[in-house]
Design a protein around this ligand. Structure first.
Ligand SMILES: CSCCC(=O)/C(O)=C/O
Ligand SMILES: [Fe+2]
Ligand code: NI
Length: 254
């Protein structure tokens, strides 16, 4: 994190005045005259909207084996909230009991007019369970953001984190050689359970599987008619305008 960002973050925690901060952040000329944050920061102010999450995020170990197992490194390699924010993944927690009003609020705020409930289990999907699970676990993008609220059971959403190509020098036989390491995408595994609300941006590569409980009952929010359409990773997805837009949005945010 650069110094300016760190300063902004600590200052935001310090004064807790979002409207004023917005003005100040956008005006470089104000920076030098602002007071420094105190060494020990006071607890968060009650009126600050903080999204709480119980969802665990960690790097996928890339080992072969049952997709429904955790695939966690040993020791685990957790992914911090800043990293999730940088790839535009959001999540928060709404207790299932009495979740309706809060979920309605989210739907209204983001202009989602439709929803359905899908039970991904042998019982819920019957004969098409295996085929559906295969389709969900194949790497894909959507042209809309994906919002899921987990009602029962759980599962794993894997999302790709793009890394930039690395350039480095090596001295060989008294000559410098420039090497480029191809960009590689890492899987981040998001372990969701009942009460998790997850938002995945349009254009991000991802996949989904149930976990060992073999049951995910979830609300799916839709802007229009409920329908699931995926573009599997390939030349078509690479040139998809929503993919291009997503890449642009994360490069600007970085
Ligand atoms: C848990 S919702 C079913 C999976 C799904 O809709 C999706 O798009 C997975 O990527
Ligand atoms: Fe998806
Ligand atoms: Ni301030």
């Amino acid at each position: 994190m650069d110094a300016r960002r760190a300063w902004r973050q600590s200052h935001r925690q310090f004064c807790g005045a979002p409207a004023l901060m917005k003005e100040i952040i956008h005006s470089r000329s104000h920076l030098p005259i602002l007071p420094s944050p105190p060494l020990s920061l006071s607890p968060p102010l009650p009126n600050r909207k903080k999204k709480k999450t119980q969802m665990r995020a960690y790097y996928f170990d890339n080992l072969p084996g049952d997709q429904r197992l955790p695939h966690d490194f040993n020791p685990s390699r957790p992914v911090d909230p800043d990293t999730l924010q940088s790839i535009k993944v959001e999540s928060w927690y709404i207790p299932v009991e009495g979740h309706e009003d809060k979920l309605d609020g989210v739907a209204k705020e983001r202009d989602y007019r439709n929803r359905d409930v899908i039970e991904i289990s042998k019982k819920g999907l019957g004969d098409i369970y295996d085929e559906k699970l295969k389709g969900f676990y194949k790497e894909h993008i959507h042209e809309d953001e994906e919002i899921r609220y987990i009602l029962q059971g759980g599962g794993f959403f894997d999302v790709r984190r793009m890394s930039l190509p690395l350039l480095f020098f090596r001295i060989t036989h008294n000559a410098y050689t420039l090497f480029a390491e191809a960009p590689s995408d890492q899987w981040i595994r998001l372990a969701v359970s009942a009460g998790d609300l997850l938002v995945i941006p349009a254009g991000i590569y991802h996949r989904f599987t149930v976990d060992e409980r073999n049951l995910t009952r979830t609300v799916r929010l839709f802007k229009d008619e409920p329908k699931w359409s995926a573009i599997y990773r390939g030349t078509e997805s690479e040139s998809n305008p929503h993919r291009i837009e997503y890449i642009k949005s994360i490069s600007v945010a970085a």
